[in-house]
Design a protein around this ligand. Structure first.
Ligand code: SF4
Length: 58
């Protein structure tokens, strides 16, 4: 299950740029599109690695 910690997210937009199938910006924070498990989509890991504050858990 992919999740974004909205407390740590600084809204930089990197994850949405890397993996727009999964992430979207909502009220200045990253959010997961829909609720099903997205952890199998390859760019999720890439986005998690790129997050400057490690807010993405895969
Ligand atoms: S890359 Fe990390 S800090 Fe940037 S918007 Fe995504 S979750 Fe937030």
């Amino acid at each position: 299950m992919v999740s974004v910690n909205k407390e740590t997210c600084i809204g930089c937009g990197a994850c949405t740029a890397i993996c727009e199938q999964v992430f979207e910006m909502k009220d200045g924070k990253a959010s997961i599109k829909k609720s099903q498990d997205k952890s199998k989509i390859p760019c999720v890991k890439e986005a998690a690695d790129a997050c400057p504050v490690n807010a993405i858990k895969v």
